[in-house]
Design a protein around this ligand. Structure first.
Ligand code: FUC
Length: 801
């Protein structure tokens, strides 16, 4: 019944909008909106300035705004490196070389892992590893409301402002919320079109380790210290300014009656890295409250838009903006197409990255910076066997390269503990990190080898340094970060062993992220040597580091050493199902539909496998994917997001679209957050940000690719996206592009090179080149390939037919 009326409604919208269906007017990104307050955290609206974060529920009489600050982590720095590992290493290697997986795994579990409890199976709130935690809540209690004539709660992605509007009789109430980066406070304005209507009580609360005191009629201070000797100290301050209202005398709350409007400021700080949160928050409140709301808002919007407005995407389609976001997500379950929702999802991904990863901040964790509770899912930490890396896949291509920098700083910070781990666990030079880490610099393999033994994570992280250079061509950056890549490579040069059977270099011991195989004795194992993902990551690292040395014209002996070792690495192999093998041997696996598809790293985000350069391997990658999917793969958000990227790289537009739709219909919460187990209240999966960000990168990958030495425009454009445009996407080689397309063909391209170079631009098959302005040296090796010599700083327009 509901489905039927929904269908009728959509039909009406389709007709009503058919006139504007193919309008060329670039639409602003539509807001995410609800017609009711959030009943659960997963329906609230996320705000953030990179460091602080807030979730806005928009409840009428009992408003809750949940607060976070990136450094509020339990735990502390610890020495978890295990000297016994090095003594066990030769024995484990010998056992693996003999094919004794049983014993090798046993010894690894007993002796190679960290001291202590590691990440304690993702429940480390009271352990040394620690856990990212909520800062607490701001509660606002308004007079009880019986009914409203109208209610709307929205997040405007163009301005990063959340807004709640409701009518009670003839009074129109508006609440506006934003987390300002320039002023480092959460700002809330409560207003009404009639005077004297704003009355409320505000309080701050945290479920543990904190106490609240009233500093003045208009100011509260929540202060605390997390448990443990080295537990972080933290402070939250709330300050209120009222227009024409009265402050009441209350205990531990701020109470205002009959104001025309009110402004609230929240500042949050911790003692992480020796900071003084009491001073910092006091200064932030003082500074912010000396400004008007309009000044604060203008500064916030201006700063935010310097990021957000760099890229734009409009995939044209019916306009469903009259439906709430939750309803739109329902509509696509009925097979109705909503390409605009996909454009919005793309911009929401960019919004999330901007709001959780600004320069100078910590990187976005498993939940970006939005996490509720004391024991957050998986500690809301940094998993480095896919999740952290995926968070940053959209950074370069969607023109948020500066939002990538928190990851670079973090990688740099892992070098010191990572060197210790390399030396103590493996007797190796360089630095290493395994499957997961935290803000305290945890680097050894954690509590269980089945997921914790992933020594390729440091190599993978270094790919991000290289990609930043690759997109920007910034040699000063390359020079600065080359030592980090070099040191990571040095670790693998020491860690790799010669596998006598095939006479190849392999990692040993290791595992293929979180997957297991049937050993020759029919039992299930994880510990092995030379899993494909390790080999591919190291290939990538050696290739990039060697190229970096050559570009910098420095360290050429080391580059030669890397080139030699790279040629000896076990290469991708094709197994009995026609698939890319996941392990060095063609093992079968108990879970052929496993969510990790690690052995396709070389296809994405790597470059060792590609349609043009290695068509046979690309075909095997396709088989791998098909096989995973036949067995139920892609059942988590991030796994689905990775799959979309794979299909895009395989140039299969319809499959990419099918999986993007699946992500939106199966793994997306009503506020567009990606979902992932564990399950919360009502057995619903909770939030994890990687799927959002991975799919944002995937949408870009469907529209623009640059990994094969040429810029490919619309390489995986589905039939249901016939018309649209993007602006400001970036390609490797220092190029920014805008593209307009119609009938699935490119019509206009604006090219903004930052480097004088020869560019190769590939158009969709049915497309050909028409004209370029300003004229430049031009060649056309194939009908749909254009080769041009461009000059840095000159803007070119290419028209196509
Ligand atoms: C990896 C994944 C899980 C989950 C966790 C946070 O270990 O295998 O699915 O995403 O990270």
């Amino acid at each position: 019944m509901v489905q039927k009326s929904l269908r009728n409604l959509f039909f009406f919208f389709l007709i009503a909008n058919s006139v504007m269906l193919f309008s060329t007017e670039p639409a602003k990104t539509a807001p995410i909106w609800f017609s009711e307050p959030a009943a659960e955290w997963e329906e609230a609206l996320p705000l953030g300035n990179g460091r602080m974060a807030a979730m806005v529920f928009g409840q009428l009489s009992k408003e809750r705004i949940q607060l976070n600050e990136e450094s509020l982590w339990s735990g502390a720095q610890q020495d978890a490196d295990n000297p016994d590992a090095l003594t066990a290493l030769p024995e484990i290697r010998k056992l693996l070389l003999e094919g004794n997986y049983q014993e090798a795994q046993n010894v690894t579990l007993q002796r190679l892992l960290c001291k202590g409890r590691g990440a304690n199976l993702g429940k480390s709130a009271t352990e040394d590893f620690g856990c990212y935690q909520t800062f607490g809540d701001l509660h606002l209690t308004f007079p009880e409301v019986e009914t409203t004539r109208y209610y709307r709660r929205e997040l405007d992605l163009n301005t990063a402002i959340a807004r709640v509007t409701y009518f009670i009789d003839d009074a129109i109430y508006t609440r506006e919320y934003f987390v300002s980066a320039p002023d480092q406070v959460l700002v809330i304005r409560l207003s009404c079109n009639k005077p004297g209507k704003i009355s409320f009580v505000a309080r701050l609360a945290r479920q543990e380790c904190a106490a609240v005191q009233k500093e003045a009629a208009d100011s509260l201070l929540l202060q605390g210290q997390l448990s443990g000797q080295k537990g972080l100290k933290f402070n939250a301050r709330l300050h209120a300014v009222a227009k024409n209202g009265t402050f009441l005398e209350t205990d531990k709350t701020i109470a205002i009656v009959q104001a025309d409007s009110a402004l609230l400021f929240v500042a949050l700080g911790t003692s992480f890295k020796g900071k003084n949160p009491a001073d910092l928050t006091a200064k932030q409140i003082q500074r912010a409250s000396s400004k008007t709301f309009e000044e604060l808002k203008q500064a916030h919007v201006q700063e935010y838009q310097t990021y957000f407005q760099r890229a734009e995407l409009n995939i044209e389609g019916a306009d469903f903006t009259n439906l709430s976001t939750a309803l739109r997500l329902e509509t696509i379950k009925t097979d109705l197409l909503d390409p605009q929702l996909m454009s919005q999802y793309f911009q929401f991904g960019r919004y999330l990255l901007i709001s959780s990863s600004r320069p100078g901040c910590l990187p976005a964790n498993l939940q970006g910076k939005w996490a509720d509770g004391i024991q957050t899912p998986w500690n809301s930490d940094y998993h480095t066997n896919i999740n952290l890396q995926m968070n940053y896949w959209p950074a370069e291509v969607t023109n948020l390269a500066d939002c990538h920098t928190p990851l670079f700083d973090f990688i740099d910070g892992l070098r010191i503990p990572g060197r210790r781990t390399a030396k103590i666990h493996y007797g190796a030079k360089g630095w290493v990190v395994h499957h997961g880490t935290n803000i305290w610099g945890f680097t050894p393999p954690c509590e269980d080898a089945r997921w914790g033994l992933f020594p390729a994570a440091s190599g993978w992280l270094c790919q991000h340094l290289w990609e930043h250079f690759s997109y920007s061509q910034d040699t000063a950056f390359l020079e600065k970060t080359y030592p980090i890549m070099k040191e990571a490579a040095q670790f693998y040069l020491d860690f790799l062993i010669q596998e006598p059977g095939k006479n190849l270099l392999v990692t040993c011991p290791s595992s293929s992220p979180e997957n297991s195989f049937y050993g020759p004795d029919g039992n299930k194992y994880s510990v092995c040597m030379g899993p494909s993902m390790d080999q591919q990551i190291i290939w990538d690292l050696f290739f990039n580091t060697s190229l970096a040395a050559k570009i910098l014209n420095n360290d050429l002996d080391f580059a030669a050493q890397l080139d030699k070792a790279r040629s000896q690495l076990a290469p991708p192999q094709i197994g009995k199902h026609g698939q890319i093998q996941e392990w060095l041997e063609d093992f079968d696996e108990p879970e052929p539909g496993h969510r990790h598809i690690s052995h396709l790293f070389a296809l994405y985000p790597g470059q060792q496998i590609s349609c043009k350069k290695t068509p046979t391997l690309a075909q095997a990658a396709r088989k791998t994917l098909e096989r995973r999917l036949e067995h139920g793969g892609g059942h988590t958000g991030w796994s689905q997001a990775w799959i979309i990227n794979f299909w895009a790289r395989l140039k299969d537009a319809e499959k990419a679209h099918e999986h993007l739709t699946a992500l939106l219909t199966k793994s997306t919460l009503p506020n567009l957050f990606d979902s992932h187990p564990p399950f919360g209240q009502h057995k619903k999966p909770l939030f994890q940000i990687d799927g959002n960000l991975g799919a944002t990168a995937a949408i870009a990958e469907m529209l623009l690719q640059s990994h094969e030495g040429e810029i490919q425009l619309l390489p995986a454009l589905p039939a249901s996206w016939p018309k649209g445009h993007f602006k400001g996407l970036r390609a490797r080689g220092g190029v920014e592009l805008d593209v307009v397309w119609e009938n699935g063909k490119v019509s206009t391209v604006h090219i903004r090179p930052s480097k004088t170079a020869t560019l190769k631009i590939g158009l969709p098959e049915k497309n050909s080149y028409a004209y370029i302005y300003p004229e430049c040296n031009f060649r056309q090796p194939e009908k749909n390939i254009v080769e041009i010599d461009v000059k840095a700083g000159v803007n070119y327009t290419l028209t196509c037919k």
